[in-house]
Design a protein around this ligand. Structure first.
Ligand code: FES
Ligand SMILES: [Fe+2]
Length: 355
């Protein structure tokens, strides 16, 4: 089940550069593009005439012309031209979605448009290419969006799934301290590993010693995003308040459901240390994408195992503390929205009966 009243990343800005993008979001076919006037459009990707995908049509000044029989729609979804007739019936329209361009992304609102407030769109990571140069990527996963969030909420997997890249040893991971708390928009956790072995890829490019203090400060903003601030310093420096000098990153992880069992995982990492890196050494970005592909493979296999299995039969262990809290927040938000929708439906029904 999905929360509908929320901003989801529909695409990166690059994905609609000079073209239309067809994407299923929360089970609905959507087409995204910039019209000839340069305005961003997010429309139902299904013509109201015979159901052809509008993404197979042509961009016009105000919107899109269907590639099947030529009806034209503006960015509000209203039909503004029907070839061969002058009268345009009121029902000649497709759904349009609120959309906001911010940072590297286009954010879409799939729920009640009256509730969409652009001020709620996340502003992360920092827009500071000099001190926090950032890169982003997206992975399509045949797995539930919830699994991606759960994966990020339980970092004990780093020592196993990512042992050859960003993982610390199993012992260091088991000794990590965890501090979990609720926030107005969701929850957060702070995980600190003191005097841990430096991960393999840090040793290649940072001037830290072999022993480091690592912290991961993750804020979950329900229903779909996680803001991460993490880094590493020489062992002993974390408790002295040092927060720079080695690995240092701010990452936005945000997941957009495609269907119940597939999603788009957008990640955007700003590296606070890049400018101090030795340019002759390997850069961080490519390996990080490779790291997340390790997660993607595991999650897709996990999804297959859970397709015909009741998750109630699974069990929690100590390292699930943040994951369990995150699921509680998400389920609460889903339940609240369902209740509101039902109440709205009930308010409508008496007036329909009276009418
Ligand atoms: S299906 Fe679009 S105009 Fe006919
Ligand atoms: Fe991972």
């Amino acid at each position: 089940m999905f929360v509908r009243n929320a901003w989801y990343v529909a695409a990166t800005q690059n994905e609609i550069a000079g073209k239309m993008l067809a994407r299923t979001i929360l089970n609905e076919p959507v087409v995204l593009f910039k019209n000839g006037d340069g305005e961003i459009c997010a429309l139902e990707d299904r013509c109201c005439h015979r159901g052809a995908p509008l993404s197979l049509g042509d961009i016009t000044a105000c919107g899109v012309r269907c590639g099947y029989h030529g009806m034209m729609f503006d960015r509000s979804g209203k039909c503004v031209d029907i070839p061969g007739q002058t009268a345009i019936p009121a029902r000649a329209k497709v759904k349009s979605y609120p959309v906001v361009a911010k940072g590297d992304y286009l954010w879409i609102w799939m729920g009640d448009a009256a509730k969409a407030d652009p001020a709620d769109v996340l502003d992360y990571p920092p827009d500071d290419q000099e001190n926090w140069p950032r890169s982003n990527d997206v992975l399509h996963l045949k797995a539930s969006y919830v699994m991606v969030l759960e994966n990020l909420m339980d970092l004990s997997h780093l020592s196993y799934l990512h042992r050859t890249s960003i993982g610390s040893s199993e012992t260091d991971s088991a000794n990590a301290t965890m501090d979990v708390k609720r926030t107005p928009r969701g929850m957060k956790f702070l995980r600190v590993m003191r005097n841990a072995d430096a991960p393999q890829n840090w040793l290649k490019r940072y001037p830290t010693g072999k022993k480091v203090d690592r912290w991961s400060d993750f804020e979950y903003v329900a229903p779909n995003s996680i803001m991460q601030f993490s880094g590493g310093v020489n062992a002993g420096d974390y408790d002295a308040g040092v927060r720079s000098g080695s690995h240092l990153g701010r990452t936005l992880h945000t997941v957009t459901p495609e269907t119940e069992k597939s999603c788009f995982y957008f990640f955007n990492k700003a590296d606070g240390y890049t400018k101090f890196e030795d340019p002759g050494r390997e850069r961080t970005w490519k390996p990080l994408t490779e790291v997340f592909k390790e997660d993607a493979h595991m999650l897709e296999q996990q999804q297959l195992r859970l397709d015909n299995f009741d998750p109630k039969n699974l069990m929690d262990i100590n390292t699930d503390v943040a994951r369990v809290q995150m699921i509680r927040v998400l389920n609460e938000q889903i339940r609240q929205e369902q209740e509101e929708m039902q109440q709205a439906q009930e308010r409508k029904q008496p007036s329909m009966q009276a009418g």
